[in-house]
Design a protein around this ligand. Structure first.
Ligand SMILES: O=C(CO)[C@H](O)[C@H](O)COP(=O)(O)O
Length: 291
């Protein structure tokens, strides 16, 4: 099947390679001249045979403007796919805007990171069944081999990105559980071989997982994580998951705590803990450390 792919960064570049290896014709567009197959979006659209399928894999801040430009270039029967980590609530307005011109829209949550080229990508798709069926050869080419790795999450625009948001919220919580366990091992006087302990969990254990494998890999590269600062950014998915939990009154202790731990990681000093120290000092005369 033929596909136009916009955005050939860490994700898009590897997706193009995986799809080509699966026998698909992929025409890629990127602003970076070393990786692009065409020099503009209009050239990309010209090279595709109707009905066209165009997959957007750009950083989220550029998704809206890319869709705007595409909507002027595509026509009736074409399909736009957004595979980035867009907020699910942006999908319905996009589907409506494109739908007014007869252009279909699918939102796809894509997980697999830089390993997806060899391992395949887990795909969570939102949008009408007929568009999903039309694009199925592309999804088959991207997903991992075997039974799992693909879901048509729902027909409502945003269903795919919603599923990916929840996936990423879980990712926050799982990573943070490993992180807290790592810190306790690192602080305790009882153990002295953390990499070996982590390796022992990688097979046969209840907590074996890809994230654990990656922690092991990171410790092989940097045994005390001495080269990395304890600072973690976030790009939105954890916040949206917690916002949804609040909207729907769903208890979300672990994911919320892991999100707030990231915020704490960015502070040089904590105003909240200063206030706690000041209050202990006020009511009990407890000592404070001076800044
Ligand atoms: O989609 C992903 C993995 O599944 C992204 O790598 C992940 O969302 C990064 O998010 P954050 O910056 O919020 O940790």
């Amino acid at each position: 099947m033929q596909l136009g792919l916009i955005g050939l960064g860490r994700m898009g570049f590897n997706m193009r390679e995986r799809l080509r290896a699966a026998g698909h014709e992929v025409i890629g567009y990127d602003q970076h001249p070393d990786v692009t197959d065409v020099s503009s979006l209009s050239e990309l659209v010209e090279k595709l045979a109707a009905p066209r399928v165009v997959w957007i894999m750009v950083p989220v801040q550029f998704t809206e403007s890319t869709i705007d430009e595409l909507s002027g270039l595509l026509g009736e029967g074409d399909i736009v796919i957004d595979g980035g980590n867009s907020r699910f609530s942006n999908d319905k307005p996009r589907a409506d805007r494109l739908g007014a011109k007869g252009i279909g829209y699918l939102d796809v949550g894509v997980s697999g990171g830089v390993w997806g080229r060899t391992n395949g990508y887990a795909l969570m798709v939102g949008g009408p069944k007929q568009h999903v069926e039309h694009c199925m050869p592309i999804f088959e080419g991207l997903k991992p081999e075997g039974e799992f790795g693909f879901a048509h999450a729902g027909e409502m625009p945003g269903a795919g990105h919603y599923a990916k948001m929840v996936h990423n919220g879980i990712e926050y919580g799982m990573m943070h559980a490993f992180a807290e366990g790592y810190e306790l091992l690192e602080t305790s006087e009882y153990v002295d071989n953390i990499p070996e302990i982590i390796k022992s969990w990688r097979a046969g254990s209840v907590v074996q997982s890809w994230l654990l494998d990656l922690l092991d890999r990171a410790l092989d590269e940097d045994p005390d994580l001495a080269r990395i600062k304890g600072y973690a950014d976030d790009t939105g998915e954890g916040r949206w998951t917690v916002e949804e939990a609040i909207r729907l009154a769903v208890p979300m202790n672990v994911i919320a705590a892991s999100l707030f731990a990231r915020f704490a990681s960015r502070q040089e000093d904590s105003p909240a803990m200063k206030a706690v120290a000041a209050l202990r000092n006020q009511f009990g005369g407890h000592a404070v450390k001076k800044g």
